[in-house]
Design a protein around this ligand. Structure first.
Ligand code: CMC
Length: 429
């Protein structure tokens, strides 16, 4: 990170030099850390539209060009050539693994997939109709009550074990949340299967029948996991970092990330996007729906992004996956896919969307794909959480391992009442 000529701010007659930091890629960053001490003023940026909250070496996004890189590798190449577990290694360690490095990593993840037997009692405490994200939030937080030997965040080995445990156990917890909601017995992990095969089997196998993994669906699942693995300092990742900055244990921090992801503006959008497509139903109803968006009655879910002002590169891969999965399950002419493609075409040519640089994001086609694979809409955000766990944990680790790390503590512009004296209740009126 090289330095350049400082920026200068003039405030109440005083000029303050602010260092400018340069990253490998992306905009320069004005370092305002000493601004308050020198000017007695804060900066104001709710929603963090102009604020870099940390330094990171993990993921880079150029929203104008539609570029997403993990440790320098373009997402399209990873989705096509890598596997989810290899991408996990890359995110955690900074480099693609050699065969000798990958084997023990895969082995460790595979051997941490089981849950403590007593953990299963948590699931039966929930109502059968509980949203699986509610179950995930509770269950993942509860991991800290079971794995006391990996809670010391200052111990490198314990950090590694908790990272492996989280990546390994998320599919088991997610599959149990699903099985519980449909009243089917839990399926235990099977070590001879790959990460994605194992997850699909834990979701869809039943004791009465032999489960045969479908290679096209397995590949699609793995690719969906890669596409969701990390995304820089988004809301849930920032939540994980903020929770972790106080020294909270990793299981608690990831539970906080899951809670944040659940919102419809973030990970919850995939569920909302499919519900929207179902509501539109047929291509003929698209103009009426678009009119409602323009009248600001609702948003076009799966469109728009805080950072991408171009096509989300993940959406390109996701659209292709939707095509392959629909073909594999014999649903090539799925009416919702037709509605989605037509909706995309119309929106991309409409002035309202062009002006605001609104393009499809990863969630636009993921719902159709997951639905064709057999997942109910309520599971969509769960799958996002499962995949994003590695990103959260890589970002959490990076923060903990940064010697300059401080507790996150934003300030505010206070607009409430000035100081006043307490009045007893009998004298108020
Ligand atoms: N449909 C209609 N109008 C929209 C949409 C949309 N999906 N997204 C933004 N706009 C409009 C917004 O109303 C505003 O218009 P105006 O300037 O006239 O007031 C303008 O575009 C700028 O929007 P913004 O709200 O300032 O943008 P933002 O960066 O704060 O919001 C967003 C980003 C993702 C929250 C928003 O685009 C959105 O709500 N999209 C739908 C939900 C969605 O698909 N979320 C998934 C994001 S990708 C997965 C993930 O990372 O979680």
């Amino acid at each position: 990170m090289s330095q350049t000529t400082p920026a200068q701010i003039n405030f109440e007659g005083k000029a303050v030099d602010l260092p400018v930091m340069k990253g490998t890629l992306g905009p320069d960053v004005i370092d305002i850390r000493k601004l308050y001490a020198e000017t007695d003023a804060f900066t104001y940026d709710p929603g963090f539209t102009s604020t870099a909250s940390c330094e990171s070496k993990i993921t880079f996004i150029d929203g104008d060009k539609g570029v997403l890189l993990h440790r320098g590798y373009p997402i399209g190449q990873l989705a096509e050539k890598s596997s989810f577990l290899e991408t996990c290694y890359l995110l955690l360690h900074g480099e693609l693994p050699t065969a000798a490095e990958f084997e023990p990593f895969e082995n460790s993840i595979t051997r941490h997939t089981m849950l403590h037997e007593q953990f299963d009692k948590f699931f039966s405490g929930f109502r059968r109709d509980a949203h699986p994200m509610a179950i995930m939030t509770g269950a993942v937080g509860a991991l800290s009550a079971f794995y006391h030997d990996s809670l010391d965040i200052h111990d490198l080995k314990q950090r590694e074990i908790s990272a492996h445990r989280l990546i390994a156990k998320m599919p088991t917890i997610a599959a149990r949340a699903y099985k519980y909601s449909v009243g089917q017995p839990f399926v235990h992990p099977l070590n001879k299967l790959s990460y994605s095969e194992n997850f699909l089997r834990m979701c869809f196998a039943v004791p009465a029948e032999e489960y045969v993994p479908n290679p096209i669906l397995t590949k699609a699942m793995d690719r969906i996991f890669i596409l969701h693995a990390d995304h820089e300092q988004n809301a849930s990742t920032s939540t994980v970092r903020l929770a972790g900055s106080s020294g909270a244990n990793p299981f608690a921090c990831i539970a906080a990330g899951i809670a944040c992801l659940w919102g419809p503006s973030h990970g919850g959008a995939n569920e909302e996007a499919l519900n929207m497509l179902k509501e539109i139903g047929t291509p003929e109803r698209i103009p009426e729906f678009i009119a409602g968006v323009k009248a600001r009655k609702y948003k076009l879910m799966g469109f728009g992004h805080r950072v991408y002002k171009n096509y989300d590169p993940r959406a390109t891969v996701m659209k292709q996956s939707a095509d392959e999965v629909l073909e594999a399950v014999g649903d090539k002419n799925d009416p919702l896919f037709q509605v989605a493609k037509e909706l995309e075409k119309i929106a991309l040519n409409d002035e309202f969307f062009i002006e605001r640089k609104l393009y499809p994001n990863v969630d636009f086609y993921s719902g159709i794909t997951l639905s064709a694979m057999g997942f109910p809409t309520t599971m969509f955000t769960v799958l996002f959480a499962l995949a994003r766990t590695v990103g959260w944990i890589a970002q959490w680790k990076e923060m903990i391992e940064d010697p300059g790390q401080k507790i996150g503590r934003p300030r505010q512009l206070y607009t409430g009442a000035g100081q006043r004296d307490y009045v007893s209740i009998s004298q108020r009126g």
